[in-house]
Design a protein around this ligand. Structure first.
Ligand code: AMP
Ligand code: MG
Length: 400
């Protein structure tokens, strides 16, 4: 059976960055630039005052007084030139008048009628912001692949880039399956449970940067499953089916996909939970078959779908921080040792790791307590307290 590392590699081979698109700057936050973005103009576009105060010639400054010849507000288009032996009142952001080479802040002078009384001689160039000192014209401000944070968005506005070439957010359809499921707002009848996974999975899509498309839930009937899948493929870049992917009598996802010509990349991974995980490709779109157990569903999203979504968005860092931790309590494997196991754990200070409660794949509340997954490779049947484990830190941003 395929191992965890091999399966992840296959996922990342198939998840390729989406075609670039130009989006309005207001929608660009969190997206990766699809190409290098150059500044066509310098920032600031003209030399201007950094303070409210007085513009003068440094040669005229020094203890003494100068007549105030006028006022230069911010936004003034035709700024008067500064004559020798004069000062001009000037506001922050206003163009520096020709002839002036220093701005004295208002707080450093005294004003008496039409005269400004100067203290000590200021340094030439003080409080003047030079054209292009922030960003020179022609420079690369954002390299291709960089993620646009609020600062990048602001800089792009400053250089006159109201639309940005980016990798778009993947639209991810989520289809839950199961005759036993009812909506979160419904009271389950005998044998029924609420559909938790439509919510956890759509929330994970959103948290990963994708656009969740929750689809109507599907009962375990071949025709209904087929219709739902083909409908979702028409609207999404990625389809997540949930449940019905194992070997139960009513697990139709796999058969329906393959009857409709989907290419199987893999089905079944030597891991726990989540062994029935599958990946198919149809019409260039990825279809993940995710098992229905609520913990398995979330873990499979976290370990496989989230990196795929990020790669489609053009992100370079696909994976959560991986650190070593030390188990505070012993752990014994149940079942096949040729599997990777993902334990829900709480990673505390000093790398100490405690289990986040019972580890059954239906114990969804354990996912609330856990801040990390301990990834136990195939092999050991048990780990003793003090054993070192590899952690994937769930609450921290991707770093590699
Ligand atoms: P399945 O993968 O369809 O065999 O489902 C495995 C287990 O997960 C069963 O106990 C299901 O009732 C449960 N399950 C499947 N889908 C969901 C869902 N959307 N929300 C909550 N539990 C689910
Ligand atoms: Mg089911």
């Amino acid at each position: 059976m395929l191992g965890y590392g091999e399966a992840l590699k296959l996922v990342l081979e198939r998840a390729v960055p989406l075609a670039p698109r130009r989006v309005p700057l207001m929608e660009a936050l969190g997206l990766a630039a699809a190409e290098d973005i150059l500044a066509r103009e310098p920032v600031p576009p003209f030399t201007n005052s950094a303070m409210d105060g007085f513009a003068l010639r440094a040669a005229d400054a020094g203890p003494g007084r100068l007549p105030v010849a006028g006022t230069v507000p911010a936004g003034m288009a035709e700024v008067p030139a500064l004559g020798p032996g004069e000062a001009l009142r000037i506001m922050t952001g206003a163009p520096v008048p020709a002839g002036a080479d220093v701005i004295l802040p208002l707080e450093h002078v005294r004003v008496e009628g039409d005269w400004v009384i100067l203290p000590e001689a200021p340094r030439r160039g003080a409080n003047i912001r030079l054209q292009g000192e922030d960003i020179p014209a022609g420079g690369r401000v954002v390299p291709a692949g960089a993620v646009l944070r609020p600062a990048e968005v602001g800089v792009l506005a400053a250089i006159g880039c109201p639309e940005v070439p980016v990798r778009p957010r993947p639209r991810v359809a989520v289809i839950t399956t199961g005759n036993e499921l009812v909506d979160a707002g419904d009271r389950p009848g005998p044998g029924q449970i609420r559909d938790a996974n439509i919510h956890s999975l759509c929330a994970q899509v959103l948290a990963a940067g994708g656009v969740p498309l929750p689809r109507p839930r599907v009962e375990d009937r071949r025709e209904t499953v087929a219709r739902a899948l083909l409908g979702a493929l028409g609207e999404a870049d990625v389809v997540l089916t949930n449940g019905g992917i194992s070997v139960g009598d009513f697990d139709y996802i796999k058969a329906v996909l393959e009857d409709n010509g989907a290419e199987r990349v893999f089905w079944k991974v030597a891991q726990k939970p989540g062994s029935p995980l599958g990946l198919w490709v149809l019409g260039g779109k990825l279809i993940f078959g995710i098992p229905g157990n609520p913990v398995a569903a979330m873990l499979m999203f976290e370990e496989y779908v989230r990196p795929a979504v990020r790669r489609m968005m053009g992100y370079r860092n696909l994976h959560r921080p991986a650190r070593a931790g030390v188990l505070e309590e012993g752990w014994t494997r149940s079942g096949d040792a040729r599997r990777t196991e993902f334990l829900r754990v709480v990673a505390g200070p000093g790398g100490r790791v405690a289990l986040a409660g019972p580890q059954g794949s239906g114990i969804l509340s354990g996912m609330m307590r856990a801040n990390a997954l301990a990834v136990i490779p195939e092999g050991p049947m048990a780990l003793e307290a003090g054993a070192e484990v590899l952690l994937h830190l769930l609450d921290e941003a991707e770093d590699h």
